[in-house]
Design a binder for this molecule. Structure first.
Ligand code: THU
Length: 137
C-alpha cells in the first residue's frame, strides 16, 4: 500500500468524525505489518474529557482485535471551513500511545485532501518517549 492510498483511507475514516464541539474533523488509517488497515475518527463528547482522538480509536480497534505489529498511520484533519490542515500531527497523548506498540521507525504520514503525505517516524515525533526502562531517544 502506498502512502497516498493510506491517506485515502484516512479521508474515508474522517467521514465518520463526530466533532460537533470543535468542528475539527480528523481521520486516521493505521496499517499493520500484515497489510490490514484499521480506520479511526475523532469522537467528541459534550463533557469534553471523554473525547477520543482518531489515531487512538484506530489503534485501540486494532489492538482489541489482536493486532500489535504496525507499519504506518496516515492522519488528515480539517476545520469547519473544510480547509485541510497541511500538518495534521498526532497529539502528544496519541504519540505516547503509539510508543506502547510501535517501533521507533513506525511511519506517520500527515495527509490532506490533495493526497500530500509528509512522512515522519515515531522517534522523530516523540524522542525520549516515556518507558520504565532505557530511554528511547
Ligand atoms: N484530535 C484528533 O483526533 N487527533 C489528534 O491528534 C489531535 C486532536 C481531535 C480531538 C478533538 O475532537 C479535535 O481534534 C480538536 O482537538
Amino acid at each position: 500500500m502506498t502512502p497516498q492510498e493510506l491517506v485515502m483511507c484516512a479521508l474515508d475514516a474522517q467521514k465518520h468524525a463526530y466533532a460537533p464541539y470543535s468542528g475539527f474533523r480528523v481521520g486516521a488509517a493505521l496499517l499493520t505489518k500484515s497489510g490490514r488497515v484499521y480506520l479511526g475518527c475523532n469522537i467528541e463528547n459534550k463533557s469534553f474529557s471523554p473525547t477520543v482522538c482518531a489515531e487512538r480509536v484506530a489503534l485501540f480497534k486494532a489492538v482489541s482485535e489482536g493486532e500489535t505489529d504496525f507499519e504506518a498511520i496516515a492522519v488528515v484533519g480539517c476545520g469547519r471551513d473544510g480547509a485541510y490542515q497541511p500538518f495534521c500531527t498526532p497529539c502528544g497523548v496519541c504519540r505516547q500511545a503509539f510508543a506502547e506498540f510501535c517501533a521507533p521507525d513506525f511511519k506517520i504520514f500527515f495527509g490532506d485532501d490533495a493526497l500530500a503525505c509528509e512522512a515522519h517516524t515515531l522517534s522523530e515525533l516523540l524522542p525520549y518517549a516515556f518507558s520504565m526502562g532505557e530511554p528511547t531517544g
